[in-house]
Design a protein around this ligand. Structure first.
Ligand code: CA
Length: 218
């Protein structure tokens, strides 16, 4: 699960990035609106945390342009402004939810899970197909009625695959979903991860489509 954190306040940005990583998210942090635009255009993010008051381009402008481009990344707006107009405006522009600073980190995580879940089309916390499901709240995989704990990377891998069961994801798409900027990704990292998942969940759980990538059964 990869999040784009857009925050110009050094202290808030640094502590949020650290806390998100501690909670198993891969977090890319940018400090202005223009960098947010280019990161969004290049990256494949599970969700974006967006401050409104930003240098170079305001958060509402980032949001407006992203939605105009057809970018459907779930957006949670973080704002110190207590103006009702700002909150209504950002929701109308396509934000999925907002949180006023200061907030409790636990609440931020719960709201992130909620916006991601809604994008996945699930009212409850389970997503996936008939044989394999993922619990977004407990971060466990559910298979044949049994639950199994996952590492942060295993969770990110399965989340990417189970968003659209049956769809093939390439190595590059999976790497983009699992690793943040500056993270060392060895050429066989995805293979090692999938090998481990198959040992846990069975050889047929994740299928290789030669030359194209991987998928889970629909
Ligand atoms: Ca700000």
């Amino acid at each position: 699960m990869r999040v784009l954190l857009v925050e110009d306040d050094e202290m808030i940005g640094r502590s949020l990035k650290q806390a998100l990583e501690g909670a198993g998210w891969s977090a890319d942090w940018v400090r202005d609106g223009e960098l947010a635009q280019s990161a969004l255009a290049d990256g494949d993010y599970t969700c974006m945390l967006l401050d409104l008051g930003l240098p170079r381009q305001d958060g509402t402008e980032v949001l407006r342009r992203a939605r105009e481009r057809g970018d459907a990344t779930p957006v949670l707006v973080l704002t110190a402004r207590d103006g009702l107009d700002d909150r209504i405006h950002s929701l109308d522009l396509g934000a999925d939810d907002y949180l006023r600073k200061p907030f409790e980190f636990r609440e931020l995580l719960a709201r992130m899970r909620a916006v991601v879940r809604r994008r996945d089309g699930a009212a409850h916390s389970l997503i996936g197909g008939s044989t394999l499901q993922l619990d977004l709240t407990t971060r466990e995989v559910v298979t044949g009625g049994a639950r199994e704990a996952l590492t942060a990377r295993e969770f990110a891998l399965l989340h990417a695959l189970l968003e659209r069961p049956g769809a093939i994801l390439s190595r590059e798409q999976l790497e983009n979903r699992i690793y943040g900027w500056g993270e060392e990704v060895t050429s066989n990292a995805i293979d090692v991860l999938i090998h481990g998942m198959r040992r846990k969940l069975g050889a047929e759980s994740i299928r290789n489509v030669r030359g194209l990538g991987w998928r889970v059964a629909a």
